[in-house]
Design a protein around this ligand. Structure first.
Ligand code: KG4
Ligand code: ZN
Length: 341
């Protein structure tokens, strides 16, 4: 199937053309980050307006890059949630209008499911596997038994890991979103320079908590106002990143040991982080687990990642009607499957 996919859940307007849930013919991402940076975070109303301005151009560009004409498209996948309601509706309305005009089916896909299954565009990962989804809104551990068969085994009790990166960046005076910048600054810092807590690391759950870690950085900055400059800035970034990585690895290890599933997928924007990639690789090596992390362009928000679930749901299983609506809150294990989790 020649699939057009559309993603507009937050601050990236993205479209992609993928053949048979496998070959990425194009993947176009128009980011609004520079606009939201002035406000220190995503402003929902602005996000919706910018999606409206960009979406037709992004879809045209995706078709042009793929060398495909619109009538050749056989199905459409669109992000249905979770995300910002107004932002999601821009993608969903566009997808439904195109599907109606072309008389082709449309499927509404879960954003986190797309992040997790993106890895299958590059590697043949067998089910079951443990998935760690780490993004701006999520830090969740799942058992993944097949497409549509997810069991949540742990999640953050407060901030998501990406949110913690962005909040810590903000209190260090760095621009939004600060995750990638902290990553770059951490490269020249000493991860042992500042002693920071590893919340919940030694409890017996697979849950996470990052708000205490963020507060610890805040308290440190208050006591050491010059921390936002020079080598001290590199050191606090490295120390914070190291604390996040320790917790993510420790909880993923617990999930592997508890479930006996020795394949691990790390997905979402924070999976771009060099410390996360390095520490997860070291853990997998030590435990003899198989590790799969998509290329960075498939970790941060994009539309190509909708292709694997999109192709699956459109192949006769779950085609949406034109009453398809946005689901701003949509837990992954609420996706029902006849086979169950
Ligand atoms: O998956 P994503 O693109 O959007 C959401 O679905 O949230 O994730 C965005 C998050 C942001 O919080 C951003 O700061 C973080 O991923 N991020 C990073 C890195 N690149 C993006 N965090 C740490 N290190 C990075 N290299
Ligand atoms: Zn995302």
């Amino acid at each position: 199937m020649l699939l057009l996919s559309i993603e507009s859940s937050c601050d990236e307007t993205a479209a992609s053309v993928v053949r048979d849930g496998r070959d990425i013919l194009s993947s176009i991402v128009a980011s609004q980050i520079s606009i939201h940076a002035d406000y220190g975070g995503v402003v929902p109303e602005i996000a919706s307006r910018k999606h409206l301005e960009a979406i037709s151009l992004v879809i045209e560009e995706a078709l042009r890059t793929a060398g495909v004409s619109l009538p050749a498209i056989e199905g459409i996948a669109v992000t249905r949630g979770p995300g910002l309601a107004g932002a999601l509706l821009v993608g969903i309305s566009t997808a439904k209008a195109l599907a109606y005009g072309l008389n082709i089916p449309v499927a509404g896909v879960n954003h986190i499911e797309s992040h997790i299954l993106a890895v299958k565009l590059e590697r043949d990962v067998a089910f079951p596997f443990i998935a760690l989804a780490v993004s701006g809104g999520h830090t969740h551990l799942y058992e993944v038994h097949g497409i549509g068969r997810y069991r949540t085994i742990g999640q953050t009790l407060d901030d998501a890991a990406g949110e913690a990166f962005d909040k810590v960046a903000k209190l260090l005076g760095l621009p939004y979103p600060g995750g990638a910048l902290i990553d770059r600054l951490a490269a020249d810092g000493d991860p042992r320079a500042v002693k920071l807590p590893r919340p919940l690391m030694h409890d017996d759950t697979c849950n996470f908590s990052f708000s205490g870690l963020k507060t610890a950085v805040l308290n440190y900055v208050k006591k050491n106002p010059s921390v936002a400059e020079g080598a001290a800035l590199h050191n606090i970034c490295a120390s914070f990143q190291s604390a996040v990585c320790d917790v993510l690895v420790s909880k993923t290890r617990a999930a592997v040991l508890r479930s006996g599933i020795r394949r691990v997928v790390v997905a979402g924007g924070v999976a771009c982080n060099s410390g996360v990639r390095r520490e997860m690789a070291a853990f997998a090596d030590k435990e003899g687990a198989e590790l799969f992390i998509p290329s960075p362009s498939l970790c941060s928000d994009n539309a190509a990642m909708l292709a694997v679930p999109g192709d699956y749901y459109l192949s006769g299983r779950a085609v949406a009607g034109f009453d398809l609506d946005a689901l701003p809150v949509w837990p992954l294990d609420a996706i029902s499957s006849p086979e169950g989790p």
